[in-house]
Design a protein around this ligand. Structure first.
Ligand SMILES: [Zn+2]
Length: 238
């Protein structure tokens, strides 16, 4: 039986910059990866679209949705949109129950989430909080949601845009060399944020250099950084 991964993205393209490599690695192994976008980022992360004449919020959301769907398809992942709004993300009464249902239905072995701090964008910590709460509730026998109780899948925080200010600690450097082509395809699907393309290609290259330095594996060209939310459980320290 193949595995599964749940990715919770505050806005329509966060998963692309920060976790596309991890997603592609898992889908290429035949695993199921499901991305939940809590909002389209229509107010806070769609500056370029708003420069077009006679733009409406509904049109911005549609464009962002189409781009995110194209990126997810390039990675071989499923994608769902909760449309909670942004600036601020405003979860409704059904948001947490829906997220709990996602956890229980998918039973992910791995969870990818935003990190807890981001002084540049309050939606990212809000998405973190919603993800972590829903994971814990999905574990609780008494929580009234359909499906099996969740086990204890590890949570990896993907890298925020300004890692130092977000107190992000890159504990894990994931070799994404073999899927970098797919990551670039996903990045280039986000045509409304072209200013991010080079930045994230360069970041992957830089994290790749650090991965070589920390492993001795000179074959690594590109990497993504992650931080663990919970201790790693191991049976040896190799
Ligand atoms: Zn975002």
């Amino acid at each position: 039986m193949s595995g599964s991964v749940l990715v919770v993205s505050a806005h329509a393209a966060d998963f692309v910059w920060r976790a596309a490599g991890a997603i592609a690695l898992r889908t290429r192994c035949g695993d199921r990866v499901r991305i939940v976008c809590l909002s389209y980022g229509e107010r806070g992360e769609s500056q370029e679209i708003w420069k077009q004449p006679a733009m409406t919020v509904e049109r911005v959301k549609q464009i962002r949705r189409e781009e995110a769907e194209e990126a997810a398809a390039a990675l071989g992942a499923e994608i769902a949109f909760f449309d909670c709004g942004d600036y601020p993300i405003e979860p409704g009464e059904s948001t947490i129950p829906r997220l709990v249902a996602e956890f229980r239905e998918l039973q992910p072995e791995t969870v990818l989430a935003h990190s807890p701090h981001d002084p540049y964008n309050p939606d990212h910590p809000a998405a973190h909080e919603l993800t972590m709460r829903s994971r814990v509730y999905a574990q609780a026998a008494g929580y009234p949601a359909p499906g099996r109780q969740l086990g204890a899948p590890p949570v990896f925080y993907f890298e925020p845009h300004q890692p130092e200010q977000c107190r992000f600690n890159p504990q894990v450097l994931l070799d994404i060399t073999s899927v970098f082509d797919a990551k670039m395809k996903a990045i280039e699907a986000i045509r409304t944020q072209k200013h991010m393309w080079d930045y994230y290609a360069d970041l992957a290259r830089r994290r790749g250099v650090q991965a070589v330095r920390n492993s001795g594996n000179k074959e690594i060209k590109y990497a993504e950084a992650y931080e663990r939310a919970y201790p790693q459980v191991a049976s040896d320290l190799s």
